[in-house]
Design a protein around this ligand. Structure first.
Ligand SMILES: *[C@@H]1O[C@H](CO)[C@@H](O)[C@H](O)[C@H]1NC(C)=O
Ligand SMILES: *[C@@H]1O[C@H](CO)[C@@H](O)[C@H](O)[C@H]1NC(C)=O
Ligand SMILES: *[C@@H]1O[C@H](CO)[C@@H](O)[C@H](O)[C@H]1NC(C)=O
Ligand SMILES: *[C@@H]1O[C@H](CO)[C@@H](O)[C@H](O)[C@H]1NC(C)=O
Ligand SMILES: *[C@@H]1O[C@H](CO)[C@@H](O)[C@H](O)[C@H]1NC(C)=O
Length: 682
């Protein structure tokens, strides 16, 4: 007991000790002030000039850059940190780092307290990654950044590497995506759009935080506590080692050779196109090559090399789905997959054999027998579509698919378009599935990409979604608008005019039917619709039970109400297109209806109640009260009230359908109430 208590105390003491130790390690003195003039002169000479920090600094100072680099990345201390935590080749070439280290207890503390850019720290390594990726391209000009950065000369590795990554991620881009998805470049790389976002996708206006006043202020007045002397004349603090000297405590290894630009040698993984390839691959137009077949092992080798470097290519996604059994049949034949991928990215090294063997003058029948998957979008088309979709609506798929990266464009695209048909960009998806339907074999284990295309059925074959006008939630004017049904899509001015008339007619008809209902109820109440519908005098056993006539009348009324509310809601849905003309048509119909039919109710009521011949009606309406009150030319108050409620009902908008519903009943009640009142009137 006592022992365990001691152990507990001891261990907690240790924990506290460790915590305070690490706290001491990580607590940093205020970061030293780095002047712009210092950075400018440091970045004016090679090799520092091509280091990540100086590349970023140049971008930061570029006034014409749109969108600009966000200020958080442009802080001079960040730039200096990036320079000083870079490869020794770059860091040791400048005296700045040694001066800055003077503000810290020791080299370790200095190293811990620097804040280089997340992900990208080592200029040598991103340069090597970029050159390797370019070497994988058959024609380097096909990939952005490969011409501006070669093994011989690479003036701006960061920019070239970033261009390569937003153009074509071939597995070299982990440092880049680490940076672009970090909080440094947030949101989503927009903080450094020049480096992180493909120019084709920079369509959204990026709201940059305000730039610091330009030119950024150089503290000219009282020099900071530790002013940085001009870096060209590195002064040595007494407690600092001479720069470049070997010291056990220096933060970075000092063993790198002093050669400014090390020769780059291709890494062992890259295949060297050999001259030993079969003659039919290099010279495929030879007649004897007609029966040549590209060996299966070579297909596999090519596919593996392509899909290892760019697993997100649609062809590679399909290959993965084939291996998982989700896609079957002809879609999964290796040669088909190779054809698909090489149609997408013909310049990649893995496609070299295929492209020369299967160029369109080729005699090789093997190529023609295995065409690419019909309609499968290319990587860039799929990426554009997914980005468009995510721009128009925030969906879960957009969490993994953004402007910087996406593990599976095809999957994201098909699931978004299935969930939300007719989204912008879904025409790519719909036309793929439509084209691929030619290969589809229903049933058992046939050919199928239904795993992806199941959601495409709503697109209904021939019509692509591209003709679906987008939904605008504000008043606008245009001809093309989907009205209620997929097929009601006026395209020409004539069709639009016809639709206008039809809509006006529809809302007019609504008023007409409602008036007819009113008249029917009045007629029934006055017994004009025959004895069946006539109200009975004898009260039912239970007051709330309808009489036979009332039941029939309720039935008729409810049928009419179904029709009227359907029309009303149709009118509302049309108005909700926010299209000015169609909105006007709806209102115009209601207005015209009231204008032309508004009087009918009153006239009919007057006719019904005013006719002295209908003894039964007066008997019924007045409940036996035979006082002749309302005959002749006197206008019974009924009509006034009726007109009032009629006015509301006739102009009733769709939102008031329920009220209109009740309106019938309330009319009946109100007319009787009035009638009774009327009867009691002296
Ligand atoms: C600034 O950026 C623009 C656009 O990227 C570029 O054309 C220009 O050369 C840059 N200017 C400098 C001084 O780097
Ligand atoms: C930078 O990368 C190069 C090449 O990958 C490597 O040799 C070097 O040690 C790295 N330097 C640092 C400081 O990590
Ligand atoms: C297939 O690959 C092997 C090994 O890489 C190579 O020697 C051979 O020439 C290739 N065949 C064709 C037809 O390209
Ligand atoms: C390819 O074949 C054609 C037709 O026989 C011939 O003219 C041409 O020289 C050949 N090319 C090579 C590189 O062998
Ligand atoms: C071969 O392709 C080229 C370019 O894609 C095209 O101009 C040419 O017409 C094609 N030739 C044949 C026979 O299809």
């Amino acid at each position: 007991m006592d022992m365990s208590r001691k152990i507990y105390l001891f261990s907690s003491y240790l924990v506290i000790l460790c915590a305070s130790f690490t706290a001491a390690q990580t607590s940093c003195p205020p970061s030293p002030v780095v002047l712009h003039s210092t950075l400018a002169s440091v970045c004016s000479q090679e090799p520092a000039r091509s280091a990540i920090g100086c590349s970023m600094y140049r971008l930061c100072r570029n006034e014409t850059l749109d969108p600009p680099i966000f200020p958080v990345l442009c802080d001079t201390w960040r730039v200096a940190s990036s320079l000083c935590s870079d490869d020794p080749k770059y860091a040791d070439s400048i005296g700045l780092c040694n001066q800055l280290q003077g503000s810290y207890k020791d080299a370790a503390q200095f190293r811990n307290c620097m804040v280089p850019y997340v992900g990208i720290k080592n200029t040598s390594s991103i340069r090597i990654l970029h050159l390797q990726a370019c070497a994988e391209m058959d024609t380097p000009s096909e990939m952005l950044g490969c011409l501006s950065c070669t093994a011989e000369s690479c003036p701006n590795p960061l920019l070239s590497y970033s261009q390569g990554c937003y153009d074509m991620d071939m597995g070299q881009c982990n440092p880049w995506s680490g940076f672009c998805l970090s909080s440094d470049a947030s949101p989503l790389g927009n903080g450094a759009a020049e480096l992180c976002v493909n120019p084709n996708l920079r369509f959204e206006a990026i709201m940059a935080p305000p730039r610091p006043p330009s030119p950024p202020p150089d503290p000219t007045s009282p020099p900071p506590t530790r002013p940085s002397p001009p870096p060209s004349l590195p002064t040595r603090s007494p407690y600092l080692p001479p720069p470049g000297g070997s010291l056990p405590n220096t933060p970075v290894p000092m063993n790198s050779p002093a050669s400014p630009l090390p020769q780059w040698t291709p890494p062992p993984g890259i295949r060297n196109p050999s001259q030993t390839e079969s003659v039919c691959v290099t010279n495929s137009s030879l007649l004897e090559c007609a029966s040549f077949e590209y060996p299966a092992t070579n297909i596999t080798v090519d596919l593996v090399s392509l899909c290892t470097s760019m697993p997100y290519m649609p062809g590679c996604t399909i290959r993965t789905a084939c291996q998982a059994g989700q896609v079957t049949g002809n879609f999964c034949r290796p040669m088909t997959l190779l054809a698909t991928i090489c149609a997408d990215m013909p310049s990649m090294a893995g496609c070299k054999s295929y492209v020369t063997m299967c160029k369109n003058t080729s005699a090789v029948q093997h190529c023609k027998k295995f065409p690419a998957i019909p309609g499968l979008p290319s990587t860039s088309a799929a990426r554009k579509a997914v980005i468009d979709m995510c721009g128009s609506m925030e969906m879960v798929q957009c969490e993994t698919c953004n402007k910087v990266s996406c593990p599976d464009y095809i999957g994201a695209m098909s699931s978004m378009c299935a969930e939300m048909p007719y989204m912008v960009g879904c025409d790519v998806y719909a036309s793929w599935c439509e084209a691929s339907a030619a290969w589809e074999q229903p049933g058992g284990d046939g050919n199928s990409v239904r795993h992806y295309c199941r959601g495409a059925e709503v697109y209904g074959g021939a019509t692509s979604s591209s003709d679906i006008p987008s939904m605008l939630m504000f008043f606008h004017q245009r001809t093309r608008e989907i009205l209620l049904f997929r097929s009601w899509l006026p395209k020409t001015a004539g069709e639009a005019f016809g639709s206008f008339i039809a809509i006006t007619g529809m809302s007019f008809a609504t008023v007409l039917i409602r008036t007819a209902q009113h008249i029917m109820v009045t007629a029934a109440a006055t017994g004009r619709l025959g004895p069946l519908l006539a109200p009975t005098l004898t009260p039912p056993v239970l007051w709330w039970l309808p009489s036979r006539g009332q039941m029939l009348l309720n039935l008729l009324s409810s049928i009419i109400t179904l029709v009227v509310s359907t029309l009303d809601l149709f009118a509302m849905l049309i108005a909700m297109t926010f299209n000015g003309a169609y909105f006007a048509a709806v209102v115009l119909g209601y207005g015209l209806g009231t204008l032309l039919l508004g009087h009918l109710r009153e006239n009919y009521q007057r006719k019904a109640y005013g006719a002295p011949s209908s003894a039964s009606s007066s008997a019924i309406v007045f409940g036996g009260d035979t006082e002749p009150c309302c005959g002749g030319g006197a206008i019974p108050p009924t009509t006034i009230i009726g007109l009032g409620s009629g006015g509301i009902n006739t102009g009733g908008n769709a939102m008031a359908v329920m009220a209109a519903n009740g309106g019938i009943g309330s009319f009946r009640v109100s007319s009787r109430q009035v009638d009774v009142l009327d009867g009691k009137r002296p």
